[in-house]
Design a protein around this ligand. Structure first.
Ligand code: SF4
Length: 694
């Protein structure tokens, strides 16, 4: 039983966990939130919520919150509490010193997918205009950057095609590399409702997720592929479509680039792409692939939903393009019940990408080399902008190890825990002369910081988040910032100290600037959001009420573009020493690295990270359920409890990544997506053995 007082007043705001973006009424007594009630008029959740969101307010006032700025000379010194003025001055003077000594490009920053659009916009503006370079990146780098790349190339825009409501019109649902009932529970429930009504289901996943077989839902086909074989599988499905005459010819002729289609169709029809030819690569019986392909192509409205099991691979971008190819070939983009839909992990990962957090793109996904776009920003920002893309996160760390990158500003992000190959990340951070971390807790990255700027939670500021369906929703301040400033105000202080003045009085003014500079946001304002509740971008003169569905009559890029999606095996190989493949995922009650969820009342449903292993592999190694095992890869090793599970296939093990103590990223590789550097978290060759070492 949670103790609650009688609420005195309330405000409608948006959940700060996953990309569903549920609306909540935060009920308050004075300045204290006592309850989060799912908001019935919230368009993303229609009055529903999951256990994470209901208890989210718990972490906002947790005793671990850091409320005083701190500095130290070296990372082995103890922290010293200082005034805001002293902390900001230290950060600014160090950044200036580094640039004077090592050059303008020796510093950069990371924006947060947990912060608001306005805050993210401000950080990238500080870096481009205040630092004078494009060394800005986002944590989307490590999750959905291949979505941005793959969907933009094929369809013309870096976002999902549908709104969540659309699933109610789907006749066939293809879930690839996602676990919606755990990772995106409120949308997962919508999907299950449609499945109970009779929609057919194909799941492509190395693990038997709940959707495959639960009391009320059964998948027609579970394509239990081997990790790393996504592209071979999607090509095999498309091969069936093309060679069995299941292409929607009218759609392709009227909507897509025919030359590209014909080139692609010839490629995909090659025997080497057939389900039989790739059976050994995918591990999926060819007959199942053929049957699933026929169902997808002929079963009516067919919708694809996917997650990090698609993107976090060395061929993440290729796979995104492969799904777009398949959807276009079967005419499944541009109406209700179809589409290619990323299920975004973090609350504002869509927004952080929209806001220009990538080193090659200004807000609105416009390349920094585009003269007209740059001139527009230069006019309003009053500076000359770099036309060359800056460094991505892994490049910043590489350059730091090489002694060429010396300082970083990290807002609301914890790369030391959440990025792959922890040893490499920490080596990069250690090599820097000034690491400035802005967060609500002393996270793992703060161990390598010289300046710590206390952050503000979603309850302490105004702004907007953009969810996985491009829905921009208001975040409303319901309590005063515990450290005195909201995150956007801190960025502004830092910018002013660096000599690039900013003087926004409220986040609504930042949104007005975003709207003035970004055609897809030109119709968005706080006043409008307060009036209509939420809006899906593009929202502009052509679509004043927003755009629930993209690519209706034509693709954003004009004609849909088919891309050749050659399967290239990952360089991560199993062998005698590391014979198993490790893949990773989420559980319902925890969010990402658990920094927030572990500090809320929902820890009563807390589960520790465990290693799921098939009975065959466990018996071979003398491992019993609950045994402590050493999980070892070429990068390192960790200790973890084993859970024997028939959800797994032989040869594949699985764990979640919610706990710093377990440290799953100690053992992940440094391979990454060829186009975007998104890390290949989902394939690591490992060995597992019993151990007594805690
Ligand atoms: Fe909704 Fe996701 Fe928050 Fe759960 S975690 S309440 S599904 S936004």
């Amino acid at each position: 039983v949670i103790e609650m007082g009688v609420p005195e007043h309330s405000a409608v705001t948006t959940c700060a966990y996953c990309g569903v973006g549920c609306s909540f009424k935060a009920e308050m007594q004075g300045d204290k939130v006592v309850r989060m009630v799912p908001y019935k008029d919230g368009k993303a959740n229609e009055g529903h919520s999951c256990v994470k969101g209901r208890f989210a307010y718990g972490y906002a006032t947790h005793k671990d919150r850091i409320t005083k700025p701190m500095i130290r000379e070296t990372i082995t010194d103890p922290w010293r509490e200082v005034t805001w003025a002293e902390a900001i001055d230290r950060a600014a003077s160090e950044f200036r010193r580094i640039q004077a000594s090592y050059g303008r490009d020796a510093i950069g920053g990371i924006t947060s997918s947990r912060c608001t659009n306005e805050e993210t916009y401000l950080v990238q503006k500080l870096i481009r205009a205040g630092f004078g370079n494009n060394n800005v990146d986002t944590c989307a780098r490590v999750c959905h950057s291949p979505t941005g790349y793959g969907l933009k190339v094929t369809l013309g825009t870096s976002a999902g095609t549908q709104d969540f409501r659309s699933v109610a019109q789907a006749d066939v649902i293809l879930v690839i590399g996602a676990n919606p009932t755990d990772g995106h529970p409120v949308f997962g429930s919508r999907m299950k409702k449609r499945l109970r009504e009779g929609a057919r289901l194909i799941v492509a996943d190395p693990r038997r997720i709940d959707l495959v077989k639960s009391p009320h839902v059964r998948a027609d086909y579970h394509l239990q592929l081997k990790p790393g074989a996504n592209v071979a599988l999607i090509n095999a499905i498309a091969h069936v479509v093309v060679t069995e005459g299941l292409v929607d010819e009218n759609y392709v002729r009227t909507r897509c680039d025919l030359n590209d289609f014909e080139t692609w169709a010839r490629f995909i029809a090659e025997v080497r792409n057939s389900p039989e030819a790739v059976e050994e690569i995918t591990g999926v019986p060819a007959a199942d692939v053929r049957a699933a392909a026929r169902l997808y192509a002929t079963g009516g409205n067919a919708a694809i939903y996917y997650g990090l099991g698609v993107t976090e691979h060395s061929q993440g971008s290729t796979m995104v393009m492969g799904m777009a190819n398949l959807a276009m070939a079967t005419g499944n983009i541009g109406r209700e019940g179809v589409g290619v839909n990323p299920l975004r992990g973090q609350n504002n990962v869509q927004g952080s990408c929209d806001m220009g957090s990538f080193p090659h793109e200004l807000p609105g996904y416009r390349h920094v080399s585009d003269d007209a776009t740059r001139e527009m920003f230069e006019g309003l920002w009053g500076v000359k902008l770099q036309s060359e893309p800056g460094l991505r996160i892994p490049n910043m760390l590489d350059e730091a190890v090489q002694g060429r990158f010396k300082g970083i500003y990290i807002q609301g992000e914890d790369p030391a825990q959440s990025d792959p190959d922890t040893q490499h990340v920490t080596a990069g951070l250690r090599a820097m002369e000034c690491v400035v971390v802005q967060d609500i807790f002393l996270n793992e990255t703060a161990k390598y910081a010289h300046v710590f700027l206390p952050g503000s939670s979603f309850l302490e500021k105004d702004g907007t988040f953009t969810n996985a369906e491009r829905r921009i929703s208001r975040v409303r301040k319901v309590m005063s910032p515990m450290a005195g400033y909201a995150d956007w105000e801190v960025t502004q202080l830092l910018s002013n100290a660096l000599g690039y003045p900013m003087s926004y009085r409220h986040p609504s003014e930042i949104m007005d600037e975003i709207a003035a500079l970004t055609p897809t946001f030109s119709g968005v304002s706080f006043a409008k959001l307060d009036q209509v509740g939420s809006i899906q971008w593009p929202c502009n003169e052509a679509a004043p009420n927003g755009t629930p569905m993209m690519h209706v009559d034509r693709f954003v890029r004009g004609l849909g573009k088919f891309m050749i999606t050659e399967f290239v095996p990952t360089e991560e190989r199993t062998g005698a020493k590391f014979p198993l493949i490790l893949t990773t995922g989420r559980i319902l009650s925890q969010y990402n690295v658990g920094a927030q969820t572990r500090r809320t009342e929902n820890s009563r449903w807390h589960e520790e990270d465990v290693l799921e292993i098939h009975p065959f592999d466990a018996e071979l190694r003398g491992i019993a359920d609950g045994d402590l095992v050493a999980l070892e890869s070429r990068s390192g090793d960790i200790a973890i409890k084993a859970r024997i599970s028939e959800r797994m296939q032989p040869g594949v093990v699985y764990t979640t990544f919610h706990h710093a103590k377990t440290g799953a990223n100690v053992i992940t590789t440094d391979y990454s997506d060829w186009a975007t550097n998104c890390p290949e978290y989902k394939v690591t060759a490992v060995q597992v053995r019993r151990t007594n070492r805690p």
